[in-house]
Design a protein around this ligand. Structure first.
Ligand code: BEZ
Length: 221
């Protein structure tokens, strides 16, 4: 299946969306972006995901991340579905705070490698998987995650990985398991001890290990 790899420039596709026609790079401007796909409009798991995404959309905005969803139905369906999503999320008649791309011909889903060949609609047509792509301000793909249609995503985890991506884009650090902003971070292996000492004024602590190798180096940012 064709696809986009980490570090690739994300395709500058044109698409019809609930806010009109867009060219993806113009839509992103200088921001980060998150594009998440859904198998279908008016489906239960997708509705819970979009309602959650809408509820925490301010958190993405704070991080300068533009959100956009995709589902393989028309703009008209998306508009009707958006009302259900906001009602489900108890947001009354507020509009969905981000656009949804219409891909009723599945052309973009094919181009972006989003179709799940094992998940089909009642007519036997493949549905989109739950893909997540995070795109940096340089328009390159920084992260991709692929879930099957039957497993809903955790949008708090997506905020957490964006915090890590934005931090590690600026500093020569990596974030360990379950890291959250404010926790200690790890010095990347390619930095020498001398470089680490000069780059991290809060100091570097090294965990002793049976191998005697000093590769677990922590610092505070
Ligand atoms: C859902 O969003 O609930 C869903 C969509 C396609 C397959 C399975 C679940």
């Amino acid at each position: 299946m064709p696809g986009i790899l980490l570090g690739d420039v994300f395709p500058n596709f044109e698409a019809d969306t609930t806010i009109g026609k867009i060219k993806f790079h113009d839509f992103l401007g200088d921001s980060w972006g998150i594009l998440f796909s859904h198998p279908r409009d008016f489906t239960p798991v997708c509705t819970t995901e979009l309602a959650c995404a809408a509820k925490i959309s301010n958190e993405f905005k704070k991080r300068n991340v533009k959100m956009i969803a995709l589902s393989i139905d028309s703009v008209e369906d998306h508009r009707g579905w958006s009302k259900d999503v906001m009602a489900f999320g108890s947001e009354g008649e507020s509009p969905l705070p981000f656009p949804i791309i219409a891909d009723d011909k599945r052309e973009l889903s094919v181009q972006l490698g989003m179709l799940d060949p094992d998940e089909r609609d009642k007519d036997g047509m493949p549905l989109t998987a739950r893909c997540v792509f995070v795109i940096g301000p340089d328009k390159k793909m920084k992260l991709s995650i692929l879930y099957p249609a039957t497993t809903g995503r955790n949008f708090d985890e997506l905020l957490r990985v964006i915090d890590s991506l934005q931090l590690t884009a600026q500093k020569k650090v990596a974030t360990p398991v379950d890291w959250k902003p404010g926790d200690k971070v790890m010095v990347i292996p390619s930095l020498s001890d001398a470089e680490a000492a000069s780059l991290f004024p809060n100091g570097v602590t090294t965990k002793e290990l049976p191998s005697g190798k000093k590769y677990l180096r922590y610092t505070k940012i």
